[in-house]
Design a protein around this ligand. Sequence first.
Ligand code: 5GP
Ligand code: ZN
Length: 111
Amino acid sequence: MNEKKDCIFCQIISRKLPAEIVFESEKIIAFKDINPSAPVHILVVPKKHIKNLSEVKEEDKEILGEIQLVLSNLAKKFKIEDAFKVSVNNGKEADQVIFHLHYHLMGKFKS
Ligand code: 5GP
Ligand code: ZN
């Protein structure tokens, strides 16, 4: 899966670093954000090391499609399907810190 040695998310995918994994398939992994901005804050990540949305290719269509489905299913699993936000930071100036594509799934803004 073209793992990048210095990439934190690649290391989570290969279990070299721990994470609270909430979903995994052949192509996708999802785990809890270490520094959550909402009571539910999950990162949905392709196992393939893709830098960000600007770098996706035609061949990544299937992965991108599955991510949408995983986001929807996880929203149901964590009971936030009525109100959740999905965001992608693309590029340093848009606050991207980890340069391995990931979707933030956030919910439960009020208790
Ligand atoms: P970005 O700003 O790149 O869109 O978001 C990176 C996200 O990854 C941040 O919300 C940050 O809290 C999270 N994060 C950074 N390092 C780790 C880590 O080692 N484990 C987990 N679970 N999340 C991380
Ligand atoms: Zn990576």
